[in-house]
Design a protein around this ligand. Structure first.
Ligand code: RNT
Ligand code: ZN
Length: 421
């Protein structure tokens, strides 16, 4: 589609929205301000580049599928990310796990250092991208029994404490070098498969480990810490040490932020509902935008009701910039670049939809106690031409409109990915 014909359709759509008091130009301007942190680990099924044969099993994470063409090294992963970014409108961030360093041989996780991430840093600089970071407390023999920072054995805890400390240093290095904070998110698999006999023990140990980790302070302009809870995982069905209450209280007391993963709560619990609750007290929140499906928390994100509601809460926040948006899912059963693009575009589409709702009428109706009008305005808005607004945005940001990106992913699969096996 040409920009000129898209522009014409956009003008028509703009008038339709204008009739109900919605300014599409303003909405698109606001949409530009949202940044997503794109998770590197969808590109290779959470394998990383340690080459130690470390298994995901025992970590509570499971990746299923065997789609051809996964990235096998940092060069391929960066090339794939570049392709994905060329299909996602806007300027975004990259979220790295520590196992994606370029190690040149085997390096113990306690020995990870900024030098192993020079390649990523230079690439980020060249593409004007910011980097976020994650310690990797899984897929390692010392995490094989599903316990790390809360392990009853001191030497195991020590190992993981040292690993996380080294990762926070790397994140701060990114923050300094790229002149933008880097968020270091900590998720650990710790938990028990069956009836815990001493919850106090593990939570006490995790608390002590965190205290040791956070002894080292960094400026918030370089590093922001977040802590990610989970309700249960595979192999930790009965008990998760780092539960929501654990991290929320810890974060509030210590001035850290919590990371809310959409797949880490009870299926009927709404993460959207939590934002306005937590942000009354906490300064910032990290979101792992994912899609839970029955027991699995990591399906590729699509624009469903849950995401729509989340986006509404984000755009209505008093300070939306305090809500950091990251993607988190891994699906090895489809084209991995497509999985990134589909999820990232779903979030941006969700934000745009939310920005285009007739909030004035909806909110007034609510304050007047007119429930019928409140619901009707929402329904009516569904008939307005969203597609032309979105496509115009994509084209004006130099990425393909909605009906064309899939073909580009298929081309890339044919020309690049299929050569990898
Ligand atoms: C696991 C957490 C965590 C991971 C990544 C790979 O349940 O969601 O965020 O997905 O660290
Ligand atoms: Zn997550």
């Amino acid at each position: 589609m040409e920009l000129s014909s898209a522009e014409k359709q956009y003008q028509e759509a703009k008038e339709k929205f204008f009739e109900i008091g919605v300014n599409t130009d303003e909405a698109l301007n606001r949409l530009k301000s949202f940044q997503l942190s794109i998770h590197c680990w969808q590109g290779d099924d959470v394998r990383g580049f340690e080459n130690t044969g470390g298994e995901l099993s025992g970590s509570g994470l499971q990746v299923t599928g065997n789609y051809p063409g996964r990235a096998r090294n940092a060069g391929e992963l960066r090339q794939d990310l570049e392709k994905a970014f060329s299909l996602i409108p806007g300027k975004h961030r990259v979220n790295l796990h520590s196992i994606y360093g370029e190690f040149n041989g085997q390096v113990e996780r306690t020995e990870y250092e900024p030098a192993h991430f020079r390649g990523w840093l230079e690439w980020a600089k060249a593409h004007d991208l910011k980097l976020d970071f994650n310690a990797t407390c899984f897929a390692h023999p010392k995490a094989a029994d599903g316990l790390t920072l809360s392990h009853p054995k001191k030497e195991i805890r020590k190992f993981w404490i040292e690993h996380v400390k080294s990762c926070r240093k790397i994140a701060a290095f990114f923050g300094r070098e790229l002149k933008s904070y880097s968020i270091h998110n900590l998720w650990i698999p710790d938990g028990l498969k069956d009836l815990p006999s001493d919850r106090w023990l593990y939570r006490g140990l995790l608390f002590d480990s965190l205290e040791e980790i956070f002894e080292v302070e960094f400026s918030q302009t370089q590093l922001k810490d977040s802590l990610e809870s989970k309700l249960f995982g595979i192999g930790s069905e009965a008990f998760v040490v780092g539960s929501h209450e654990f991290y929320l209280s810890y974060a509030i007391k210590k001035g850290k932020m919590v990371c809310l993963d959409l797949g880490h709560f009870h299926p009927t619990e709404s993460v959207a509902d939590k934002l306005s609750a937590i942000l009354q007290v906490s300064d910032e929140i990290l979101l792992h935008i994912s899609r839970g499906l029955r027991w699995d928390s990591d399906h590729v994100v699509i624009l469903n009701d849950e995401l729509e509601t989340l986006c509404e809460e984000i755009i209505n926040a008093l300070s939306p910039e305090k809500i950091h948006l990251a993607l988190d899912y891994f699906d090895a059963s489809m084209n991995r670049i497509g999985a990134w693009v589909l999820g990232a575009r779903a979030v941006l589409r969700g934000l745009l939809r939310a920005l285009l709702l007739p909030w004035k009428q909806i909110k007034e109706a609510e304050l007047e106690g007119d429930s019928l009008a409140k619901l009707t305005w929402r329904q009516l808005a569904k008939d307005l031409p969203f597609g032309p607004v979105w496509d115009y945005y994509c084209l004006s940001m130099n990425v393909p409109p909605e009906n064309l990106w899939l073909a580009e992913v298929k081309d890339y699969e044919k020309n690049v990915l299929s050569q990898r096996d």
